[in-house]
Design a protein around this ligand. Structure first.
Ligand SMILES: O=P(O)(O)OC[C@H]1O[C@H](OP(=O)(O)OP(=O)(O)O)[C@H](O)[C@@H]1O
Ligand code: HPA
Length: 187
């Protein structure tokens, strides 16, 4: 008989009923438009090599890409450390960067959230090893707390600052759910 996981994984509607909107769809869209304007006004030596950090970066990358007017190529990397938990664990790599996609080229990493910064800093470090001509990071949200990388590493482009609560929507999940919501919710 199939195992019943329903006690471990909440019903999707229950999650939403116990959450509140902390950033509206309109405010998310405005923040992404502003980020696009900032990136469009940069001068890159060659087409910008955009890397979407899967899975969370997918929604942000999709929304941002349609507003970019500069030449870009699109690729992805995959590293994860939360899984179905709300506390980060050790980083697991699923898709690592390759030298030929990075060496001597302007790189932009796109992710949904800069929380403790462990994921993005590790990914940036891995990319830096292949000596890009430049490397920048853009995130939809920066979570407002003091548990950031000691190195001082932070993304060049930030759409929104959010309070220190577990959030979901706009690519971010709660136990795998609701990445598709166009606003940002907190539990
Ligand atoms: O700044 P940090 O504390 O490292 O957390 C941020 C990272 O956590 C999330 O990824 P997650 O591991 O949940 O994988 P996912 O993208 O598949 O949701 C998110 O997409 C970021 O990549
Ligand atoms: O608050 C969060 N929500 C969803 N995913 C996350 N990954 C790091 N922090 C978060």
């Amino acid at each position: 008989m199939a195992k019943d996981n329903s006690s471990h994984f909440p019903q999707p509607d229950q999650v939403l009923n116990h959450a509140e909107v902390i950033v509206s769809e309109q405010d998310v869209d405005n923040a992404i438009s502003k980020l696009a304007e900032q990136i469009n006004s940069q001068h890159y030596s060659a087409p910008l090599q955009i890397f979407c950090i899967m899975n969370g970066g997918l929604y942000f990358a999709g929304q941002l890409l349609r507003l970019l007017t500069i030449p870009v190529t699109v690729n992805y990397l995959h590293a994860t450390r939360y899984g179905d938990k709300t506390q980060g664990q050790e980083l697991q790599w699923l898709v690592k960067p390759k030298a030929e996609d990075i060496h001597n080229q302007p790189i932009m990493l796109l992710d949904d959230i800069f929380d403790e910064g462990i994921t993005l800093e590790a990914i940036a470090k891995e990319c830096e090893a292949f000596k890009p001509s430049s490397l920048q990071c853009a995130v939809l949200v920066d979570k407002n707390h003091q548990r950031k990388p000691e190195s001082g590493f932070k993304p060049e482009f930030v759409g929104l600052s959010v309070p220190d609560r577990y959030i979901f929507g706009c690519g971010m999940d709660y136990k795998g759910l609701w990445r598709n919501l166009p606003a940002i919710y907190a539990i």
